[in-house]
Design a protein around this ligand. Sequence first.
Ligand SMILES: Nc1ncnc2c1ncn2[C@@H]1O[C@H](COP(=O)(O)OP(=O)(O)OP(=O)(O)O)[C@@H](O)[C@H]1O
Ligand SMILES: [Mg+2]
Length: 256
Amino acid sequence: MIELTDIHKAFNEGQPNEYWALRGIDLNIAAGQVTALSGPSGSGKTTLLTLLGCLSRPTRGRVRLKAQDVSGLPERFLTDIRRQTFGFVFQQFNLIRGLSALDNVMLPAYPLGLPHRELRDKAEAQLAALDLGHRRDARVEWLSGGEQQRVAIARALINSPEVVIADEPTANLDTALSKQFMTILERLLDEGRTVLLTSHDPLVVESAVVATVVRLRDGKLVEAQMLFQPAIIALLLASLLSAWRCLPPQPLSPRN
Ligand SMILES: Nc1ncnc2c1ncn2[C@@H]1O[C@H](COP(=O)(O)OP(=O)(O)OP(=O)(O)O)[C@@H](O)[C@H]1O
Ligand SMILES: [Mg+2]
């Protein structure tokens, strides 16, 4: 779904403080899966995530989204692509203080020009699906960390994005809330969405819901590991078994 070819990203290019955060990344992101970017602090996870989500452009290399080269597109086209394709959950949630949970969720949908009533209903439905219906009118700064995170997720989902992008989604959550986040991930997968996230958290990276872990170090790919999930193993075993049952009986070979 998203294809990166030889991606390099420099900050402050040409300046004395020039820094190459990504140094030659080739990566294919499959649709309908959870892909986790993992690696030490400073290894380039957030930088890579912003490129995948068309929030920034590579210094060199090519980004293709559904076979369309988006690396060189002007900003106004990228803005449209972002709005139509991606929903973002940032590490600090980036909610607007002083506004209610409901207003925060509605914000990214305003540019689409839906009738206000329809938009409100959609936002209420998103909050209710995340068990936050009763807190919809509360200002976001009054909410707990886990509640704020769910508002951020509801906001990311308001335009029904194909791809949900989350930077360290469980970094500010305790274990119970992190587990709740994993349940939300399962729901997103059931809805057919693609999820890209960064995480240091073993609870996330080693979870069965994550299909691929991409490991980074010093701006380079260490490995992209396909995890064998229980469902895939069961499928493989079942097909092996049925192939074995269909084999014709072997004639006994005469002994010499
Ligand atoms: N805007 C910027 N200007 C200059 N350097 C930057 C900028 N953004 C990131 N960097 C540098 O690029 C490198 C990669 O940063 P990035 O934020 O992608 O790391 P990360 O893997 O997400 O780390 P963490 O786990 O701490 O979030 C870091 O060394 C960082 O200092
Ligand atoms: Mg980061």
